[in-house]
Every structure is written in structure tokens, then in C-alpha cells.
Design a protein around this ligand. Structure first.
Ligand SMILES: N[C@@H](CCC(=O)N[C@@H](CS)C(=O)NCC(=O)O)C(=O)O
Length: 197
């Protein structure tokens, strides 16, 4: 059984959404985390070495980091629309999106949350490039991978669904978020976000 260590309204919420899209068989272990407002506390039951979420446990192995977990789960459930299979057309593009999330979006957006004025010139350039890459992709299709919704949309789009101001105002981005918000799997995930919800 795949176990998901999850705390409501966090980066692990989008993982529940992905699992619903994949039709996966999984079990949610609700854990507490230290929240940015000072509430909550690290949970001894959480196997994440930093006591963060998400973490998953599969075949006795703990896997952390959202982008890595997304890639792993898409490969665990091949043949869905969530990601092109290894070797199939579009797989390289999918890998590039996952890498962009982990290598650029996470560090740059985290730095920006700490201080928008405090970005280094390199980070500020990466932020502008990131915005241009996302809006550029969405100018050519309804989703990041073109006409087909994929796990890449969940990974990136969930950021704007939580914090729309993370990226600049844009009708292109707003239209994308509206399309993502209508996914039935998202409604199912939201129903499971909090214990007993
Ligand atoms: N890069 C990590 C970040 C994980 C992360 O920061 N998760 C937050 C919740 S959104 C957390 O667990 N915070 C509690 C803490 O840092 O102690 C990922 O994407 O998986």
C-alpha cells in the first residue's frame, strides 16, 4: 500500500489531487507540521527527515520532494494522461517541466516570499523567465503540455491556486487556473484534505 504523509492546505494537498487523477490506491496518514504562523509542531509519525510534507512511503522506502514524488507516481501508474510514458513523445518536455519546478520555481518563489526586494539579480531574472515560460506555453494550448492536462499542470498550477500573487497578473494564467479548478479529481481531493472532512 502506498502511504501519503499529508497535512491539510499544504504542498501535499496537490499530491492527493494527483493521486485522484491517477486513480491510485493509497492511504493518507495525516500528520502535523510546524506552520509558518508558528502554529503546529513536527510530527514524530512523519518519516520525512525534515518533518515536512509531502512524503510518501512505497515498498518500504520513503520518498520526499514534490517534484520527485510526482515523477515517481506517474511512472508507477503508467498509461494515464498524467504524463507521457518513458520513451514516448512528450516525455522529455514533461521531464523539463518537473525539473523547472524543482530547480527554479521552488527556490525562486520561496526566496520571493521571504522578500520580493531581496531577490538577487539571478533570482529576479529567473522569476521573469519563469513567468515568460509559463505564459508562453499557455499561449499555445490550454495546458502546459499543450492541449492535454497533465501532472505538470497540478504541480505548477497548485501554487497559483494557493497564492495567486506568486506570479504577475495575467489573464492567460487566470484562465488556466479556472480550467484546473474545474477538475472533478480536485473536488475529490479537497474532500479528503482534512481528516474527517
Ligand atoms: N521542497 C519541498 C518543500 C516541502 C515543504 O516546505 N513543505 C511545507 C508544507 S507546504 C512543510 O512541511 N513545512 C513544515 C516545515 O518546514 O517544518 C517539497 O516541495 O516537497
Amino acid at each position: 500500500m502506498l502511504k501519503v504523509y499529508h497535512a491539510p492546505q499544504t504542498r501535499s494537498s496537490r499530491l492527493i489531487w494527483l493521486l485522484e487523477e491517477l486513480g491510485a490506491d493509497y492511504e493518507i496518514r495525516y500528520v502535523t507540521i510546524q506552520r509558518m504562523d508558528g502554529s503546529g509542531a513536527p510530527d514524530p509519525a512523519n518519516p520525512h527527515p525534515l518533518k515536512q510534507v509531502p512524503a510518501i512511503e512505497h515498498d518500504g522506502v520513503v520518498i520526499t520532494e514534490s517534484a520527485i514524488i510526482f515523477g515517481y507516481l506517474c511512472d508507477l501508474y503508467p498509461g494515464t494522461a498524467m504524463a507521457p510514458a518513458v520513451g514516448a513523445a512528450g516525455r522529455a518536455q514533461f521531464a523539463a517541466w518537473i525539473g523547472l519546478y524543482a530547480g527554479v520555481l521552488e527556490p525562486v518563489i520561496t526566496a520571493r516570499f521571504r522578500s520580493a526586494e531581496g531577490l538577487t539579480a539571478t533570482q529576479a531574472a529567473a522569476y521573469d523567465q519563469l513567468t515568460a515560460t509559463l505564459t508562453g506555453a499557455l499561449a499555445h494550448g490550454d495546458y502546459l503540455m499543450g492541449d492535454a492536462f497533465s501532472a505538470a499542470d497540478i504541480l505548477f498550477g497548485s501554487l497559483l491556486m494557493f497564492f495567486r500573487t506568486a506570479l504577475p497578473e495575467s489573464s492567460v494564467l487566470d484562465g488556466w487556473v479556472a480550467r484546473l479548478s474545474a477538475r472533478p479529481a480536485l473536488a475529490r481531493a479537497r474532500a479528503k484534505d482534512a481528516p474527517g472532512a
